[in-house]
Write a protein that binds this ligand. Structure first.
Ligand SMILES: NC(=O)c1ccc[n+]([C@@H]2O[C@H](COP(=O)([O-])OP(=O)(O)OC[C@H]3O[C@@H](n4cnc5c(N)ncnc54)[C@H](O)[C@@H]3O)[C@@H](O)[C@H]2O)c1
Length: 355
């Protein structure tokens, strides 16, 4: 299978390494604006075509599938152009700038009869998979209230880069890390539909220059501190199973230093707490129960899990399965509509019902 990758930033490099390590897959092309990085990657992984523009990558003879790991405003145009040429697409998260673009991508995949997949690597963590297995075994009973979050003290991806401009990114931490939280939380709960959202967003720190990440690796930063997105979002959701989910995502807030994410679930039989500090490969996972009126605490071990190599392998497996119509990106589009509703709720200061 001949594949290509658009984007040679952190995300693109995860896809490049994953394809390069796979049997039966030939990474024939990469695209990206950083010529030096691209040349080094092409040399390291023996990639024949190394081009700046994504349009030129799509011209590579016999290309069957691509990964799209570029700033979010480019996801829809690149994915649609590729699908129309009969090329399967694995897009980075979030699927697109908004639900409307996401729906157009799904329509393009359906009419082309090709796979559209979206990279949600965090749900593939071993600790998340372990917690999902415990929930499926019934250890929590019925989980009815969940808090899921990803919070950073100073983690705004490069101020002035595409990440902090709403026309290029679609929003701030809610679309960036919050969409991962939404994905892993709903996955843990068995993917119930979101019925309504009530949200608030804040931009009190980032817009004053507080909270920039110490690393400054994002492409397109021109030094001017453009920041027209939120730095904190909080979203309260009612789910179709009667449960509720509270999501928090921040790039900047006065709190403990570092970068942490996790979830707390309250169920009828037990509660669960999963916590990941500074990207440790396996976070802590505990269950809180009751035996004869006594509080119990159980800790669990988990594997590291699959991350991007598993996301990419799964995409290739979907293509090889031949059952392409089952994989049209609609689950990721549904998440984009929840995010849209959250931003609308914050703007209009009211609860929004999803149809
Ligand atoms: N799944 C994850 O954990 C994860 C982590 C980080 C980023 N991402 C996602 O991956 C995507 C890229 O993020 P990043 O952090 O790698 O960004 P980045 O800014 O580091 O890299 C973006 C890449 O896109 C390339 N690019 C921009 N315009 C282009 C064009 N016209 N033609 C060809 N290439 C072009 C740039 O040259 C660069 O190589 C985003 O959608 C982001 O949300 C996902």
């Amino acid at each position: 299978m001949k594949v290509g990758v658009v984007g040679v930033g952190w995300a693109g490099q995860q896809h490049i390494k994953a394809y390069a390590a796979m049997d039966g897959v030939s990474l024939v092309g990469i695209a990206g604006l950083e010529e030096e990085t691209r040349s080094e990657l092409a040399a390291e992984f023996g990639v024949e075509h190394s081009v700046a523009r994504w349009e030129d990558l799509l011209e590579v003879d016999g290309l069957e599938a691509i990964s799209v790991a570029v700033p979010t405003f480019l996801h829809a145009p690149i994915a649609t152009a590729a699908l129309e040429r009969g090329i399967h697409v694995l897009s980075e998260k979030p699927i697109a700038l908004d639900g409307e673009q996401a729906d157009a991508m799904v329509a393009a995949a359906r009419s082309a009869g090709r796979v559209l997949d979206v990279a949600f690597n965090h749900r593939r963590r071993g600790d998340v998979q372990k917690l999902r297995a415990l929930i499926e075994e019934g250890r929590l009973g019925r989980p009815y209230y969940t808090k899921a979050w990803w919070l950073r003290r100073t983690g705004i991806p490069t101020l002035g880069s595409w990440f902090t401009q709403s026309s290029l990114a679609g929003g701030g931490p809610l679309v960036d890390i919050g969409v991962h939280v939404l994905d892993f939380a709903l996955f843990l709960l068995g993917n119930p539909a979101v019925k309504s959202v009530s949200a608030s967003t804040y931009d009190l720190l980032g817009s004053n220059g507080f909270g920039g990440s110490r690393e400054s690796s994002k492409s397109g930063a021109d030094g001017a501190a453009k920041f027209d997105v939120e730095d904190l979002a909080t979203v309260f959701m009612r789910l179709e199973d009667g449960g509720t989910l509270l999501l928090e995502a921040s790039w900047a807030m006065h709190r403990a230093d570092g970068d942490q994410f996790g979830a707390t679930l309250y169920g009828t039989e037990a509660g669960a707490e999963w916590y990941v500090d500074d990207y440790v490969p396996v976070g802590s996972l505990k269950l809180f129960g009751d035996v004869d009126g006594h509080a119990t605490v159980e800790s669990f071990r988990a594997d590291i899990g699959g991350a991007h190599p598993e996301v990419v392998a799964d995409f290739v497996a979907k293509i090889r399965s031949g059952d392409w119509s089952a994989h049209d990106g609609r689950a990721a589009a549904a998440l984009a509509r929840v995010v849209d509703a959250a931003y609308r709720s914050a703007r209009e200061a009211r609860e929004i019902t999803l149809s």
